[in-house]
Design a binder for this molecule. Sequence first.
Ligand code: G3P
Length: 218
Amino acid sequence: MKFFLDTANLDQIRTAQEMGIIDGVTTNPSLMAKEGITGETNILDHYVKICNLVEGDVSAEVISTEYKSMVSEGEKLASLHPQIVVKIPVIAEGIKAIKALTSKDIRTNCTLIFNPGQALLAAKAGASYVSPFIGRLDDIGQDGMELIHQLVHIFDVYGMTTEIIAASIRNTSHILQCMDSGAHVATCPLDAITGLLNHPLTEAGLEKFLSDHRRLNG
Ligand code: G3P
């Protein structure tokens, strides 16, 4: 399973890249706003900075909600850097835009997926990725992981080549479940990924190794 970092924070991206644990980055307008990135020029520059920090795909989301402007915005984003994947919301205009961008060899990530039907339509239109949101389904009392299991099964049965990005991941437990599910990618906050390293037996074992060494070596 690939890991994408779900952030627009350059320090976190640099940290994860230095650890060698990420395969790409996903952003969205809320994450860009969280970093205080405003104005078209600054936003476009920020995407290029992210691409220069990581080796893998970098999802950059359109702001438009109308077909023609989604396509032109997507073309502009894609022209910034070969690593850019254009993120498009799963609305009717967005599905048309995915089809048009795909025909121009521009890769897309269809976002805000909350049911299998939305994912199947995005995949049929040619989306490179779909992003089902686990955490937001959990927030309203539904089972986000169940959607991942359904999508893995459906895409397998129908031979879809679209990759599933498990998104809206809130904790390490979500990641462990995704690893089991067959999701192609999990896009996560950095602390959820590094949380995978934590185990009380690792901490206790390391302390014992070091204290045994100190006892004999001073
Ligand atoms: O990749 C989508 C993700 O950023 C949404 O996460 O935590 O805002 O639901 P969250």
